[in-house]
Design a protein around this ligand. Structure first.
Ligand code: UT7
Length: 334
């Protein structure tokens, strides 16, 4: 197969889906020792959406992809590759990519799931871009989707208040204009962070047993303060680094598109980049932390609202379990 180095990947459409069911902070006050004020002050979250218990992650991913395809007049048959970034796949296997491919009739696509927690969408976007740049594929879907309500412990006030469900998708296509599209990426992993944020059971290390269930090992475990400290530094530094590396000043950046884990982490990242909050996409107040969904949901919402313009330099930034973190520089061109 020939490799074409004269192409770049550009985002040509976006779409998203969040469930209708709104869970306000006051719901947690009804059975946990917490308060709406604590949650708002410490996280920036006012409410989140939770999907019906009987519906899987693929339900939201399909809705987001349908929105994305509709916005670009593309049919499912035209898609050549689908990358699903998630930590809440429908099942251990087959992959959620297979479920989506089948249900949407993407009969010419191959695909796979990618696991990088809250950085999943960035890792997926960077992976997808390689298939476009090499000329291997012309239409690639990246969908970040997570049903976090399926893996949080309702009795754990440290985590249950943080997470929501949602999905966002982008379509990537080639361009011969190398000055636009996905311009640069800096991605990292550091597995020494595993102990602070994980879901230990359900895999081959701790298959499901009565004991793993009794010990609640199928739920998200997070040591919030420990993660907070590294997330602030990791996300802020990598976002600053990608600006420096590309000779961009804060005035050159139209939007920071941060992972939505905590408003305090987001504003620290904006500070480091010299950006006012008017240049930062924030919807954590409405949706909480949807893990892989946060960044593509922001892109889709802001584009739909006409706030994202052709030629805008935008920095996508994330930090999550693993640890995984990174930043991607995009010149928006739709
Ligand atoms: O998305 C992937 C990456 N994840 C992140 O980036 C999350 C990073 N961490 C955070 O966002 C924050 O650490 C949290 C929002 C999770 C917690 O905020 P914090 O300001 O770091 O609180 P803390 O964990 O230090 O807890 C402070 C106090 C503790 O009580 P004591 O020990 O001081 O008596 C907690 O038990 O707040 C208590 N607390 C709560 N109180 C009321 C913890 N959760 C709650 C709650 N309501 N829901």
């Amino acid at each position: 197969m020939s490799v074409n180095t004269k192409l770049n990947a550009r985002i040509t459409a976006t779409g998203h889906y969040v469930p209708d069911n709104v869970i306000e902070n006051k719901y947690f006050e009804s059975y946990l020792e917490t308060s709406d004020t604590w949650i708002r002050d410490r996280t920036g979250i006012y409410e989140r959406r939770w999907l019906d218990k009987d519906k899987p992650t693929s339900f939201m991913a399909i809705k987001a992809i349908e929105d994305c395809l509709k916005n670009s007049n593309t049919t499912p048959e035209e898609i050549e590759l689908i990358i699903v970034t998630t930590v809440t796949p429908d099942m251990m296997y087959p992959s959620t990519a297979c479920v989506i491919q089948n249900q949407m009739g993407m009969k010419n696509a191959w695909g796979f799931d990618l696991s990088a927690a809250c950085s999943g969408f960035l890792f997926g976007l960077n992976t997808a871009a390689q298939f476009i740049r090499t000329g291997v594929h012309k239409k690639v879907i990246v969908v970040g989707a997570d049903k976090m309500s399926s893996i949080i412990n309702p009795e754990d006030r440290n985590t249950v208040i943080l997470f929501g469900d949602g999905a966002g998708a982008v379509l990537l296509e080639p361009t011969e204009d190398l000055s636009t599209g996905i311009l640069d990426s800096i991605l990292h992993i550091d597995g020494s962070g595993e102990q602070y944020l994980n879901q230990r059971a359900g895999g081959s290390l701790h298959p499901a047993t009565y004991e793993t269930i009794d010990k609640k090992m199928h739920y998200v475990h997070q040591e919030g303060k420990a993660v907070f400290k590294v997330a602030v530094i990791g996300m802020a530094e990598v976002s600053y680094e990608i600006m420096e590396k590309n000779n961009l000043k804060s005035d050159d950046i139209a939007w920071l598109v941060p992972h939505q884990a905590n408003l305090r982490i987001i504003s620290a990242c904006a500070d480091r980049m010299g950006l006012g909050m008017d240049k930062v996409m924030v919807n954590i107040n409405k949706y909480g932390n949807t893990t892989s969904g946060t960044i593509p949901i922001c892109l889709s919402e802001w584009y739909k609202n006409g706030k994202l313009k052709k030629g805008d330099n935008i920095v996508l930034a994330s930090f999550g379990a693993g640890y995984t973190w990174g930043a991607i520089l995009v010149k928006w061109d739709i």
